[in-house]
Design a protein around this ligand. Structure first.
Ligand code: GAP
Length: 494
């Protein structure tokens, strides 16, 4: 069994995620998060906020999920946001043309439909499922369209990225923020794409969550405040689609792999964020997108990629979007979106650098990279989540549900809650089973109230990774857990 199949089974059993509308047979590309998965993704998002939003001059907004057609005409999505598709002539099935070509060793960047048609003809590609003939490649727009209103309904679309809502709010937020650049506006929330072949669980969805940031700056001032602190930090770049090289941000700039300090800092922040989520550094790199594959509006794109049992997956894209979006919205809306350069007294449209991270794919990657098989010391599969994203920081157990052990355990549970430590209480089953259940969802600390606790007002704290225990006075418990969590300690001898 492949790892992703096992992870999927575990996720269904343990409340991480499941297909949405499951009792009706579900629809490809839509998933629901269960009680455990939901807690983890919310904590992952919180760490993104701490890294990408809680910064001087950075703000976060929440914008509409539905946008008028005009907005998406201006952004180019109505015309260009398409995938090449082919249809099976025998069965009602659609396939991404570029993905079929990849099966033939042709990693074709889709730039020209005619070229694609030629390739299909030449290679005589058949339906991968039933070997029947395929239609000619055509394009399929990935946006979900609908209408708004009962009279003269307006044509609208579900947003295909959170970014457009940010561009639409730029002028207002800029004025509120004191009309100063640089200005960073972030947004986390759902995006929708009518993917031709949603596959691989959470990897290619039709509804998914993005965490995006648009950093607006004067292109004549591409410096990033405090960059000296980051300049010597290293990340692994993937060049020319294959060769990997570890380089400091300074070296990457000298080699002109990235356009400026802002762009390189965001790559580093992404690496730091991914590692804080528990993604394995050895399986993470940043791929420089070759010039010929860049979207028309971008001067540079770098994708964060990871290796998983599904293969290599893109977790995020960082793009130098220049003034493309604001200029285009200015043209279409006739609203002036220029800002004033105080020094030169000239007006210009700010440039934008955008780190855009997918939450669902990242969550799946965290599951794979933190998954641990049964071993000599643990007869169950478990997750080594960093405490910062574990669904609960602690579990509180009375050894027995009697003799006052349960009421003391409930007091401990309340004490932790008052200290804003998220925990759960359980008195069901043997203590060994309760430890196993906690490990299975990656809870880092189990706290057990036993008979000694009644006399000494203490308890045992069991570390998840090595199962070792220490005794701890209840009056220092909250501060100890916060300290362990802060240091990310999950075994006694770490
Ligand atoms: N605003 C830029 C933008 O949307 P993108 O590369 O299309 O760029 C950014 O998307 C990230 O969103 C991707 O790196 C990926 O993590 C996530 N993403 C995109 N399409 C997705 C899909 N169909 N299912 C799940 N995640 C997706």
């Amino acid at each position: 069994m492949e790892l992703y199949q096992r992870i999927f089974e575990i996720c269904l059993q343990r409340g991480f995620f499941c297909p949405s509308a499951e009792i009706y047979g579900s629809l490809a590309g839509f998933y629901d998060y269960g009680p455990i998965g939901f807690r983890i993704v919310e904590k992952m998002k919180q760490l993104w906020r701490e890294k990408f939003v809680i910064q001087p001059g950075f703000v976060e907004i929440k914008t509409s999920l539905i946008l008028p057609k005009k907005v998406l005409e201006a952004s180019g999505h109505v015309k260009n946001f398409s995938d090449p598709v082919v249809f099976c002539k025998k069965e009602k099935k659609a396939f991404r043309a570029d993905q079929l070509l990849a099966n033939y060793g042709e990693f074709h960047h889709f730039a020209n439909l005619e070229e694609l048609k030629e390739k299909f003809k030449k290679l005589k590609i058949l339906c991968p499922d039933c070997k029947s003939e395929l239609s000619e490649p055509t394009t399929f727009n990935l946006m979900f369209g609908t209408t708004a209103g009962a009279i003269d309904p307006a044509e609208v679309y579900l947003r295909p990225e959170t970014a457009q809502g940010i561009f639409l709010n730029f002028k207002r937020v800029f004025l509120q923020a004191g009309s100063k650049l640089p200005l960073a506006i972030a947004q986390a929330g759902p995006s929708f794409r009518n993917e031709v072949s949603p596959r691989k669980g959470l990897i290619r969805l039709r509804e998914f969550e993005q965490m995006e940031l648009e950093y607006f700056f004067n292109p004549k001032k591409p410096e990033f405040e405090g960059f000296e602190k980051f300049a010597s930090k290293k990340i692994i770049f993937k060049l020319n689609n294959q060769e990997k090289q570890e380089l400091s941000l300074k070296q990457a700039l000298e080699k002109k792999l990235v356009p400026n300090q802002i762009f390189s800092t965001f790559l580093l922040w992404q690496q730091e964020l991914f590692l804080s989520w528990g993604i394995d550094q050895k399986k993470l790199w940043f791929k420089i997108i070759p010039k010929q594959e860049l979207p028309h509006y971008s001067l540079c794109n770098v994708d964060a990629e990871v290796s998983t049992s599904y293969g290599e997956i893109e977790l995020s894209g960082t793009s130098y979007r220049t003034d493309f979006d604001l200029s285009s919205h200015q043209n279409y809306s006739k609203e002036n979106l220029e800002v004033l350069d105080e020094e030169t007294k000239t007006k210009f449209i700010p440039h934008v650098i955008e780190p855009s991270i997918g939450l669902d794919r990242s969550f799946y990657t965290v599951l794979e990279h933190c998954y641990r098989e049964k071993s000599k010391t643990k007869d169950w599969e478990w997750f080594a989540f960093p405490p910062a994203i574990a669904p609960y920081s602690a579990a509180v157990f009375p050894l027995m549900k009697k003799d006052g052990l349960d009421s003391l355990a409930k007091e401990v549970y309340l004490l932790l809650k008052q200290n804003k430590i998220d925990c759960y209480y359980s008195d069901v089953g043997s203590i060994g089973k309760r430890y196993a259940r906690a490990d299975e969802i990656g809870v880092p600390y189990c706290l057990t109230i036993d008979y000694d606790s009644l006399e000494k007002n203490d308890l045992t704290l069991r570390f998840r990774d090595d199962g070792k225990q220490i005794r701890l006075a209840i009056n220092v418990l909250a501060s100890k857990i916060l300290e362990l969590k802060e240091k990310g300690l999950t075994s006694l001898e770490q």
